[in-house]
Design a binder for this molecule. Structure first.
Ligand code: ZN
Length: 416
């Protein structure tokens, strides 16, 4: 062995010494890193002001005309953060809504959610809202080295696929692929009923979620509804004997998977254009396959056996309501019954009475005008609920799903 080559033991010593010297001095911590390389994630430009202070631009999404930038979504992971006093200023919230510039979906009552495992979520403490700059600043000292942050508790596309895999094992459920999105993802229709009994004497109710990708609260409600109606609970069994439940659980899986906000992959708003989408015209199938396939499924089912009641779920910042175009007396009575039941014994906390909106619209509600499908749009706030006494949690949404689908079935079954 040459003296130039240290022995194995000398090498080991050398390593130990180096290691000891390294830890004895103040080893610099790795810098805070941001990660959005996972499903549903979204974050725009990151400005680093110091090791723990960042300005974070929300990414937003524009429609097919380059208008109506909606900014209501962020979802990302941070690493190397344990014990650091982070200051995160979220900015670039101002966008446009219905062609009116200046829309801002953030405000003083909203708080982001965080998670240490990417699965379970809780709200952060209050954020400081600057109403002049339209910026929200969160001061946050994470207890672990990795933390996920989001606008509201996320519900990624993969979670739906896992849920549908479970639902499919129920003898009372049928899961169908009714079409493909603009990017080729499956569009699902779930039917739940007691298949041993004929459908002739049953009522049909239809629940729809996630036309807008950021509105993940609607997916948690949908999951609560699906888990309940496929369960062995006596109430669920009894309802399946008398009701055919239809679910279109995620109308924009592309947007949900890619962390988009409001529009499909071609930029089209999935809750607009319902009046324009002509099922005979391949142009609409190409531009808005999500609307085309779901509209077709609804109209085919409605022609076979009329839908008694359909609810199309959405989220807003602070408002909560139910709106419809239904203008005949039995249909309105049924919706009034549903509205009253939801107010009486669920967490539904409307900011106004049932809206009968007969002015022309291009939302899914227009199916009433086109084919007498009794649709109601349900908005639920992501901000604080006076009825719940808190910001809505995932558990609140799941519980509401069960309540909503039960009340819908009861309203459909009640004698006219
Ligand atoms: Zn919406």
């Amino acid at each position: 062995m040459s003296w130039l080559q240290p022995s194995r033991s000398a090498r080991r010593w050398c390593g130990l010494l180096l290691c000891g010297a390294f830890t004895a001095s103040a080893q610099p911590r790795p810098p805070v890193t941001f990660n959005k390389a996972f499903e549903g994630a979204s974050l725009g430009k990151i400005e680093k002001l110091d090791d723990a202070t960042f300005r974070l631009h929300v990414e937003g999404q524009y429609d097919e005309r380059g208008r109506n930038r909606q900014t209501t979504w962020f979802y990302f992971r941070m690493d190397h953060v344990a014990g650091r006093e982070l200051t995160l200023t979220f900015t670039d919230w101002v966008g446009e809504y219905n062609d009116r510039p200046g829309a801002c979906p953030m405000g003083p009552t909203l708080r982001p959610v965080f998670s240490y495992d990417g699965e379970t979520w809780q709200h952060t403490d209050a954020v400081a809202w600057d109403d002049v700059k339209k910026e929200s600043t969160l001061k946050f000292k994470p207890g672990r080295d990795t933390v996920w942050l989001a606008h509201i508790p996320p519900y990624p596309h993969a979670r739906l696929l896992k849920l549908l895999g479970e639902v499919e094992t129920s003898p009372h459920a049928r899961v169908e692929v009714i079409g493909k999105t603009a990017l080729g993802r499956d569009l699902h229709l779930v039917t739940v009923t007691d298949f041993t009994r004929p459908d002739a004497a049953k009522q049909v109710v239809w629940l729809q979620a996630r036309q807008h990708a950021w509105e993940a609260g609607t997916s948690h409600v949908m999951e609560g509804a699906l888990r309940f109606v496929t369960s062995d609970e006596p109430v669920a069994c009894a309802l399946r004997e008398r009701v055919v439940f239809k679910f279109t659980p995620m109308m924009d899986p592309d947007g949900c998977a890619l962390g988009k906000v409001r529009f499909n992959a071609h930029g089209w708003d999935v809750n607009r254009h319902w009046d324009e989408v002509d099922l005979r015209d391949p142009r609409w199938l190409r531009l808005m396959p999500e609307i085309w396939y779901v509209k077709q499924a609804i109209l085919v089912a409605h022609a076979e056996k009329p839908i008694a009641l359909m609810v199309n779920m959405h989220n807003t910042e602070t408002a909560e309501y139910l709106d419809t175009m239904v203008d005949d007396e039995p249909g309105q009575a049924r919706l009034q019954r549903l509205f009253a039941k939801l107010v009486a014994d669920t967490s539904f906390d409307p900011s106004r009475k049932l809206g009968i909106v007969l002015t022309p619209t291009n939302t899914t509600n227009v199916l009433w005008k086109e084919r007498r499908v009794p649709v109601a749009l349900m908005e639920q706030r992501v901000g604080p609920s006076a009825k719940l006494g808190r910001l809505p949690t995932v558990a609140d949404r799941l519980a509401f799903g069960r309540q909503l689908i039960t009340r819908m079935a009861e309203a459909a079954l009640a004698p006219p």
